[in-house]
Design a protein around this ligand. Structure first.
Ligand code: ASP
Length: 334
């Protein structure tokens, strides 16, 4: 087949371990980051040019723990522009694993296209023994080229799995099987170069999302406060005093929050920021089945989004309205 008739996938590189260069084939930690370019990465996949027409660009070259809100906006706007090109069938983003779930979720809520958008990376540098980067990248490219991937929302492709951006979470600091969906969201697999789907997401994403990042130049500031035995109210007070329009509190269990924090919020004079009640527990749901406790405290239950994903959803929701009823509806719907 001539290259003209192959599916066209555009690879956007942003850095991360997948782009790192270790000093030896056994150096799986402590390597220097972001040494390989987008072109170096695709050159490591033998024979891919017989299945996919590839184009590449280097958008960023950074560890994903250093990303800022401005980078998320830039990435979302760039992906939207690339997908507007009718010759492009799908996009792959190479990304550090530390915050991959956040970028994937943000894109899932802001890129209005049915075309596949797939993030990948690696837990080991690509050139060490059993480096997982080249296979992850090949699988992500094949999935982005696959017509069945249209309309599935943004996905993470790692360790042979296709994982919904809404649900995926990094669960281990070192395992290659670190990305998991604890409550459902593993949509399919890529094995032996074959893409297979078993499930499709039901919640709004991409073309059905009400959020638009194309015209945004900044996101509303939302702080995350972590709770624990003896946490006191100092961090929560600092967030209130900062004047940010939203706070996510990572409570324990079903989003349980020390009473002193609720009291401080209820008594806070003047304009109160939106207060989302999330949980530091990775799986499960955060809700108040009667709704009474949240109504009394003025809180918005996260409905199971992690604190870091609650932050992104709240930032986008605040670009529409800060009304508590609207925010409760967004968290329940998405
Ligand atoms: N520090 C890396 C990052 O950029 C970790 C990784 O990619 O696995 O997130």
């Amino acid at each position: 087949m001539s290259q003209q008739h192959l599916p066209h996938v555009h690879v956007i590189a942003t850095g991360g371990t997948i782009a790192s260069r270790p000093v030896s084939p056994t150096q799986t930690t402590g390597y220097s980051q972001v040494a390989l370019t987008a072109d170096d990465l695709v050159a490591g996949i033998p024979g891919i040019e017989t299945r996919v027409r590839l184009t590449t660009e280097q958008l960023l070259a950074t560890a994903s723990s250093a990303l800022e809100d401005a980078d998320l906006l830039r990435l979302s706007q760039r992906v939207a522009d690339v997908l507007d090109d009718e010759t492009v069938d799908g996009v792959v983003i190479t990304h550090g694993t530390d915050t991959m779930e956040e970028s994937a979720f943000f894109l899932n809520l802001t890129v209005h296209s049915e075309k596949p958008v797939i993030l990948t990376g690696s837990m080991r540098p690509s050139t060490v023994l059993s480096g997982d980067g080249p296979l992850n990248l090949m699988n992500a490219i094949l999935a982005a080229a696959e017509p069945q991937s249209r309309g599935m929302g943004v996905m993470v492709c790692m360790n042979d799995h296709l994982l919904a951006a809404r649900d995926v979470m990094k669960t281990s600091t070192y395992k290659v099987e670190t990305f998991q969906c604890l409550e459902g969201g593993c949509l399919g697999t890529v094995m032996g170069g074959v893409v297979r789907y078993q499930y499709a997401p039901l919640r709004p994403h991409t073309v059905r999302s009400e959020f638009d990042a194309r015209e945004l130049t900044a996101l509303p500031r939302v702080e995350v406060v972590y709770t624990h035995i003896g946490c006191g109210t100092q961090m929560f007070r600092a967030a209130l005093e900062s004047g940010c329009p939203g706070i996510v509190v990572a409570g324990s269990g079903n989003g349980s929050i020390p009473p002193a924090i609720h009291e401080m919020y209820r008594a806070w004079p003047g304009q109160k920021p939106a207060f989302v009640r999330a949980s530091r527990v990775p799986g499960g749901f955060v809700g108040d089945y009667s709704g009474e406790r949240d109504a009394r405290n003025g809180t918005v239950p996260s409905c199971g989004f992690s604190p870091q994903k609650s932050r992104l959803l709240l930032q986008l929701a605040l670009t529409v309205s800060s009304e508590r009823d609207y925010l409760c509806g967004v968290f329940a719907r998405y």
